[in-house]
Design a protein around this ligand. Structure first.
Ligand SMILES: Nc1nc2c(ncn2[C@@H]2O[C@H](COP(=O)(O)OP(=O)(O)OP(=O)(O)O)[C@@H](O)[C@H]2O)c(=O)[nH]1
Ligand SMILES: [Mg+2]
Length: 274
């Protein structure tokens, strides 16, 4: 399901709302959540800027750091002083990937909201393809390990099996014509107006599943990615992340099956802009 790029991206115009033939490129707000990523963050910021600059679009990169204490914030501050499109938000006394992303989205006025990891497991060079999918009319564009051509060759078979089971568990929850092969991806862009003013769970790592089930998306595209191993700093995926995922599934199934009130867990909404 890869987008066929037939002409240089920067020379194209994009379809506007119905009746409007074309419109100015949409601003992109890309959140990079960080927890102790001092060994990765400078490199990923350099690669993201190198991928986005040729598009000549308005964008900002919002690094949301949970007070890492390893110098991550200092590296980002230094880069932000030289490039106004890089912003740093430091959250004190807070933890949680989904919550960090939601806080970053809340802090930007961009029309296209995005997220990618800081550890270079998500290829920044595919950002233009994801952006093009949204700019050309898709509501959601996903960097997908399970789309044809995607890969996670470096994972061991246990991790692959757990991941496949976790994806399978989402199948009944996803809308029939809007099913993503990789609903657990942490690399995606979504139109802001599809997620505004809806409650998303702050705990856990799997914001995309919440977006797929809850948001107002009408179309999506998956762009295959090869998901690598992290080469610096430590993984933050642990047993607690698994429990948060189970809670998210429980909450979404309860909602779908109409089991009274949804389990009360901390949630956030993205405010409207303009
Ligand atoms: N702000 C913030 N970022 C987080 C938190 N937990 C993880 N992250 C970031 O979220 C991204 C994904 O975390 P990873 O540890 O890479 O999780 P993963 O990719 O599932 O696991 P690995 O394959 O082992 O790397 C990274 O950029 C982390 O720094 C958190 O509590 N707060
Ligand atoms: Mg990772």
């Amino acid at each position: 399901m890869t987008l066929q790029i037939r002409e240089p991206f920067e020379s194209r115009s994009f379809p506007g709302p119905a009746g409007v033939p074309e419109c100015a490129p949409l601003k992109l707000g890309l959140v990079i959540p960080t927890l102790r990523e001092a060994g990765n963050i400078a490199r990923v910021l350099g690669m993201v800027r190198a991928a986005l600059d040729p598009l000549r679009i308005d964008y900002e990169i919002v690094v949301v750091d949970d007070d890492s204490g390893d110098g991550t914030g200092d590296v980002v501050s230094r880069i932000a002083r030289q490039d106004g499109r890089v912003r740093l938000i430091v959250r004190k006394g807070e933890r949680g990937l989904s919550g960090a992303v939601l806080d970053g989205w809340h802090a930007t006025d961009a029309q296209v909201l995005g997220v990618m990891d800081a550890d270079l497991q998500h290829p920044p060079e595919l950002l233009p393809e994801l952006y093009a999918a949204v700019a050309e009319g898709r509501d959601l564009a996903i960097g997908s390990r399970y789309a044809p051509g995607g890969a996670m060759d470096e994972w061991n078979s246990v991790r692959k099996l757990l991941s496949a089971a976790a994806v399978w568990a989402t199948w009944p929850l996803q809308r029939r014509r809007l099913r993503a092969k990789d609903p657990m991806s942490g690399f995606f862009l979504v139109r802001r107006d599809c997620v505004e003013n809806l409650p998303f769970q702050r705990q856990g790592f799997k914001l995309l599943l919440d977006v797929l089930v809850r948001s107002r998306i009408r179309s999506l595209q998956e762009v295959p990615i090869a998901f690598g191993l992290r080469t610096a700093d430590q993984s933050k995926a642990n047993f607690r992340v698994g429990c948060d995922y189970a809670r998210l599934l429980f909450r979404l199934y309860a909602r779908k099956l109409g089991f009274g009130r949804e389990a009360a867990v901390p949630s956030s909404t993205i405010k409207s802009h303009g």
